[in-house]
Design a protein around this ligand. Structure first.
Ligand code: TRP
Ligand code: SF4
Length: 434
């Protein structure tokens, strides 16, 4: 479902638009409260979020939280996928439970990929790299959509609340679209929400790290989460209001009883179809969730999200699997990848003299971007590159050689770890013969 791209250009101005028009919040505001921020966070590569404060709170107070993402098993695993994988793994390392879907129902229905190819590509491209990058079985679930009954059942249930107009506005469905393709869209929402099913840990903050163009899916799923819930809680006129269109009278009674545990009865007022509470909204939400679960509801929290910038293709344009020179895959020959780096578009000047006099343009340099996003973990080191480039002290030849060397080293190491990961598949419950 990559064809939807409401924000085609990836310049900073367009990211600003995301804040203003779509209600995405700037990530900067949260940074100070994150103990060991990931390099994408420190470097402004993750620039926006929805509800990520709930994840930060959970991380800081030791409460449960999760992270999830999915990959369509098509094509080769590349640096763009690595970004999402790292983000998921980072959340696992911070104590979250993490989920990774192989979106085989999506690939099969949208791209026509056979089930055998889905399995092979899922394992041999994506899962091996995921494990090689540090995804661990404890508190980590890797699954494919087609073999997860919980996800498929939830998708069906979500389909009750999803209507064709909204779905086609987001996914571009038309009369020609096959039905399974449409179903795969609700399966994606089910991927996102299933970590909050009781059997996977229950309602809790779960973050979906995505690229900036994926926000429509997030908004859709946040909307569906809300529609699935029995009770709706919000603040108005100094009161916390609990509404429900569908909760039976008995559920309201149970809720009133539960509220009376935490609140003074004078602060609770019952009406037909709603309850007002004078008190802290967090505590009200806790009580509502308990009761909703008790009476068989979902009590989903809206999924949180983070948004990262896209990398530029090595040739300066878009990064695209159909342009091999624009992209480095995690399985390609390290030497060949090094050569791609040597041929990549830099922010260098026409001549050495000019470069010495005016300095280079690291912000327009794909080689700098590779170091910033992937190759240099140490912040001072990457800053030094930038400063030396700007000052005209660093020449592109030297700089590219260094980046190419780092890329080769990374790939050699990563590919060794991928080999080792083959032995570890059973730890993740994956049965596969190479
Ligand atoms: N649709 C995503 C893609 O195009 C894959 C995907 C499936 C996904 N389920 C997901 C991504 C849940 C994030 C969360 O690759
Ligand atoms: Fe890019 Fe390095 Fe050249 Fe600067 S010196 S423009 S960072 S390749």
């Amino acid at each position: 479902m990559n064809e939807i791209n409401p924000w085609k250009s990836t310049s900073i101005d367009d990211y600003q638009k995301l804040f203003d028009e779509f209600g995405i919040s700037p990530f900067d505001d949260l940074l100070a409260n994150i103990k060991h921020p990931h390099r994408f966070m420190r470097r402004g590569i993750i620039f926006g979020h929805r509800s990520y404060d709930s994840i930060v709170d959970a991380m800081n107070s030791g409460k449960p939280f999760g992270a999830m993402s999915g990959f369509m098993p098509s094509g080769r695993v590349h640096l763009g996928h690595k970004m999402v994988m790292e983000e998921i793994i980072w959340h696992q390392q911070q104590g979250g439970t993490v989920f990774m879907a192989v979106a085989d129902m999506e690939a099969h229905s949208v791209r026509g990929t056979s089930w055998d190819d889905c399995k092979r590509i899922g394992v041999e491209e994506y899962i091996l790299s995921l494990i090689a990058l540090g995804f661990e079985p404890e508190g980590g679930r890797i699954y494919s959509q087609s073999t997860s009954p919980e996800v498929r059942d939830l998708a069906f249930e979500l389909g009750v609340k999803a209507n064709f107009s909204e779905m086609s506005a987001i996914y571009g469905f038309s009369g020609e679209t096959n039905i399974a393709h449409m179903v795969s869209a609700t399966v994606q929402s089910a991927d996102i929400l299933h970590p909050q099913l009781q059997e996977f840990g229950g309602p809790r903050p779960v973050v979906i790290p995505v690229g900036a163009d994926q926000d429509p899916h997030i908004r859709l799923t946040r909307g569906l989460a809300d529609k699935m819930n029995l009770f709706h809680v919000f603040q108005k006129d100094g009161l916390v209001k609990i509404y429900s269109k569908s909760a039976p009278e008995a559920a309201f009674k149970t809720l009133a009883k539960r509220l009376a545990v935490d609140f003074d009865t004078d602060d609770i007022t019952m009406f037909q179809g709603h309850i007002d509470v004078k008190g802290d909204i967090g505590h009200v939400r806790d009580a509502v969730r308990d009761v909703e679960l008790l009476v068989g509801g979902y009590a989903f929290m809206p999924p949180a999200s983070t948004y990262h910038k896209f990398m530029t293709g090595l040739q300066g344009g878009k990064m695209s699997s159909s342009i091999p020179e624009s992209i480095i895959s995690l399985t390609e020959d390290p030497k060949a990848a090094g050569k791609k780096v040597m041929r990549a578009k830099t922010g260098g000047r026409m001549t050495l003299e000019e470069q010495k006099e005016h300095g280079g343009l690291p912000d327009e340099c794909t080689v700098y971007e590779l170091m910033l996003y992937h190759l240099v973990e140490d912040d001072t080191e990457v800053l030094e590159v930038k400063q030396q480039c700007l000052a005209g002290e660093l020449m592109c030849g030297t700089c590219k050689k260094r980046a190419a060397g780092l890329m080769e080293e990374f790939l050699i190491d990563h590919q060794m770890k991928r080999e080792a990961a083959k032995e570890r598949l059973p730890e993740f419950g994956i049965d596969y013969k190479f």
